[in-house]
Structures are given as C-alpha cells and as structure tokens.
Design a binder for this molecule. Sequence first.
Ligand code: TMP
Length: 204
Amino acid sequence: MSKKPIIVFEGIEGSGKSSHINFVSNYLKKKKIKFIKIREPGGSKSSEKIRRLILNNKSDFNKSTDLLLYLAARSENLSLLKKNYKKKIILIDRFVDSTIAYQHYGFGVDLSLIEKINRYLLKNIKITFTFLNIVNQKNMLTRLKKRKKLNRYDKFNFIFYNKVQKGFLKLAKRKTKIYKIVDSNKDLKKNKEIILNKVKMLIK
Ligand code: TMP
C-alpha cells in the first residue's frame, strides 16, 4: 500500500463527509504529517472560480453543462494532483465518484462519457481509498437545516439524493477492498475511530 495515498471522502449532502475529512486533516496537522486537502468542485484557485459558477443559486445550467463544468473544475486541479501524487498524502472532499453518482445516477447522463473524460483527465492517477459516508433522510434534513447558506445543489428533494446515494453504494460494492462505508446515522465518536484506524493503516 502506498505511504502517500489519495484518500477520498464521498457522500450526499449532510452525510458527515466534510466533518470526517476535517477530523482527519486535524489529526495529520497535529502529527505534523505533510498532506494536501482539496475539495471538488474547487481546490485550486481556478477550480474554486468554477465552483462558484456551478453552485451559485442564480445559475440554471442544464445537466450536460453541469457535467462539463464539474469536469472542468477537476481539470483545473490536475497540476496540483500531479505535483503531489505519491509525494504527499492527498485528501479529497468529493472526486470522480461524485460525478458518476450525481450526474449519471442522479441526472441520467451517459456513464461511458463520464468515465471516458475522467480517464482522459486522470491518466495514471489512482485513488487509494474511499470513505463513503451514508445518511438517512431524517438526519440528512436535520443537518441541512442547520446550514446558514444552501447552494444550488443543496436544494433537491430526498428522492434525488436517495438515487445518488444508491449510486454511490453501487460503486462501493464493486470495489469493496478500497471502500469503507461509514454509517453517519451511528455514533460520531465511533465513526471517527473507524476512520482514523484505517487512515493510520493507509499511511503507515
Ligand atoms: P459540497 O462541496 O458542498 O458537497 O457541494 C458540491 C455539490 O456538487 C454537491 O451537491 C455534489 C455536487 N457534485 C456533482 O454533482 N458532481 C461532481 O462531480 C462533484 C465533484 C460534485
């Protein structure tokens, strides 16, 4: 196993993904272990510009435009990823699986098109491990209500998010060895312990 892995955190809105990745990054900081942390869409300066455009509540792009913008945001992260690949631990808040889960399973965009562009962009860059965070409807809605600001993608109904979550689970079931499903409906402290133990193994 690589000592400088790419570790991705995936999941629908309110699934605890961002608090789990922040927990890991705080642990690495405390231990003075070098890493970079990015989010998608976003990450590099240019990718953050594209994020603002996609998620702006006033934007009204069609599903193909959304797909191309998410991929454009990814493309703008590639030099950062290439520069650090296998040199530093890379933590990513959403990555290629989000595009498949949201754009394909959620919006019905052609899967082979998404896979082809992802392959073209990533070439030999491989994800080492993914934490897939899952949540039920009640907890998801409770968490979303606590947010001060909702973006364009925080406002779909649970039927949509449920399709997306099922999509994520299908992806996880294909490669069980490099996925850990974290049930965020369960005890937060226990989940953090599960995640940290796995991270320690990945970076050992
Ligand atoms: P978040 O960063 O607050 O989780 O919001 C990002 C939103 O973008 C989230 O609703 C998922 C969505 N998204 C896609 O639809 N496709 C993608 O490829 C990525 C990376 C994110």
